[in-house]
Design a binder for this molecule. Structure first.
Ligand SMILES: NC(=O)C1=CN([C@@H]2O[C@H](COP(=O)(O)OP(=O)(O)OC[C@H]3O[C@@H](n4cnc5c(N)ncnc54)[C@H](O)[C@@H]3O)[C@@H](O)[C@H]2O)C=CC1
Ligand SMILES: O=C(CO)COP(=O)(O)O
Length: 340
C-alpha cells in the first residue's frame, strides 16, 4: 500500500471535516483533506464495510492499495457528523436527496455542505444543489467538480478542480483549507455552471466511449468532444451557468479527461456499448453517472428548446432504443449548418 501523507499531519490541529460516502471519490478526498491537516470523519452506510475500512486502514473495495491517512475515522453512525465544521457529500447523484436528508438531522445548522456527486436528479429534473437545498434550507451549499480521477488524487498525482459557493468568499476560504500540494482547488461563485459541467460531461463521455468501442476512430472522438462541448455550453447558458465556467476545469477540463479513455467509468460504459454489449452488461456493476443523467438532461434541454443531438443519442443508446450505428447515422445525417 502507498501512503505519501506525512503522519505528523494527523497531529496538526485542523478542523473536523465530514466526508459523507465511503466510495472511491469519498475515500480519496478524505485522504487529501486529512493530508491537508484536518481530522476527517468518513461516513459509509454499510457497517461491515466501514468496520473493515477502519480496521484494515484501506478501502479495499473502492480504492484498493491506498492506505487510509491516520487522521481519518471511518464510521457508519451519522451522529459522528454532529460537530464537523463542514462536510462533503460524495454518494451517487441519485442518492443525494435521501443521504442529504439523513445527514441534515445531525450536521450542525449552518455548516457548509459541498456536493461532489455529478448528475441531475432523474425523478424531478432538479440540479443536485437544489435537491440538497430542500434538505437543508438556508445552509450554504457548494459544488466541487473538475477533472479528477479518485485513483490519481489518492496517489498524490497533480490535480486541479473548482469549488463554487454562491456566498462570496466562502469558496475561497474552504479551497484554501482543503487544497494540498497535489490537489489545487480554484474557487468561484458560479455554482450552477460548475454543477452543469460535472453532470453533462458524463453523458458525452459515453458517446466518445461508444464511438471508440465501435472502432470509429480518433477523428470521431474529437468531433464528439467539440460538438458535445457546444451542447454543454448551450445547455448551461439556458440554465444560468456562465460560459467562462464551462470553459474551465469543471466543463471542458472534465470533458477532456472523461472522453480520454477507459479509466473513466462513463467512457468504459460507452465503449462496451460500442463493442455490442447491452446497457445492463455494459455497466458491469460500476457507477456510470451519465447513464442515469442522459434522459433527464435531454428532457431539460427539450423543455428550453435546446438542441443536444449527441446527448439525445446517448439517452437512446442507454435506454436500448438505438444501436451505435443508428445513433451515428442520425448524427451524421443531420442537416448541415453553421458551426455554433
Ligand atoms: N471516482 C471518481 O474518480 C470521481 C467520482 N465523482 C463522483 O462522485 C460520486 C461518487 O462516486 P464514487 O465514489 O466514485 O462511487 P463508488 O461507486 O466508488 O462509491 C459509491 C459509494 O456510495 C455508497 N452508496 C451508494 N448508494 C448509497 C446510498 N443510497 N446511501 C449511502 N451511500 C450510498 C456506496 O456504498 C459506495 O460507498 C459520483 O457522483 C461520481 O460521479 C467525482 C469525481 C471523481
Ligand atoms: O468525474 C470523474 C473524473 O473527473 C470520474 O469519471 P467517471 O465517473 O467517468 O469515472
Amino acid at each position: 500500500m502507498t501512503n505519501d501523507n506525512e503522519p505528523e499531519a494527523a497531529a496538526r490541529s485542523g478542523l473536523r471535516v465530514g466526508l459523507i460516502g465511503a466510495g472511491a471519490w469519498g475515500t480519496a478526498l478524505a485522504n487529501a483533506i486529512a493530508g491537508a491537516g484536518h481530522e476527517v470523519v468518513l461516513w459509509g452506510r454499510d457497517p461491515d464495510a466501514v468496520a473493515a475500512i477502519e480496521t484494515s486502514r484501506e478501502n479495499a473495495r473502492h480504492l484498493p492499495g491506498v492506505a487510509l491517512h491516520a487522521a481519518i475515522h471511518a464510521t457508519s453512525d451519522l451522529r459522528a457528523l454532529s460537530d464537523v465544521a463542514f462536510a462533503l457529500l460524495v454518494t451517487p447523484a441519485q442518492t443525494a436527496r435521501d443521504v442529504a436528508a439523513a445527514a441534515a438531522l445531525t450536521l450542525p445548522a449552518g455548516a457548509p455542505l459541498i456536493l461532489c456527486a455529478k448528475g441531475i436528479e432523474r425523478e424531478t429534473g432538479y440540479f443536485l444543489s437544489d435537491v440538497v437545498a430542500e434538505a437543508r434550507p438556508g445552509a450554504p451549499i457548494g459544488v466541487l467538480s473538475g477533472p479528477s480521477f479518485a485513483a490519481d488524487v489518492a496517489r498524490g498525482l497533480p490535480t486541479a478542480v473548482t469549488l463554487a459557493f454562491r456566498e462570496p468568499g466562502l469558496a475561497a476560504k474552504l479551497a484554501e483549507l482543503i487544497s494540498g500540494p497535489a490537489l489545487r482547488i480554484y474557487h468561484g461563485t458560479d455554482l450552477r455552471g460548475v454543477e452543469i459541467g460535472g453532470a453533462t460531461k458524463n453523458v458525452l463521455a459515453i458517446a466518445c466511449g461508444a464511438a471508440i468501442g465501435r472502432g470509429l476512430g480518433e477523428s470521431a472522438r474529437a468531433a464528439l468532444i467539440a460538438r458535445g462541448f457546444a451542447e454543454i455550453l448551450r445547455f448551461a447558458q439556458a440554465y444560468g451557468g456562465q460560459p467562462e465556467t464551462l470553459m474551465g476545469l469543471s466543463g471542458l477540463g472534465d470533458l477532456v479527461l472523461t472522453c480520454g479513455g477507459p479509466q473513466s467509468r462513463n467512457f468504459a460504459f460507452g465503449q462496451r456499448l460500442g463493442e455490442g454489449a447491452s446497457p445492463e452488461e455494459a455497466s458491469g456493476g460500476k457507477l456510470a453517472e451519465g447513464a442515469h443523467t442522459a434522459a433527464v438532461l435531454v428532457s431539460l434541454a427539450r423543455a428550453r428548446g435546446i438542441e443536444m443531438p449527441i446527448a439525445e443519442a446517448v439517452a437512446a443508446l442507454t435506454d436500448g432504443r438505438l444501436t451505435v450505428e443508428a445513433a451515428m447515422d442520425a448524427l451524421m445525417n443531420r442537416p448541415l449548418r453553421a458551426e455554433s
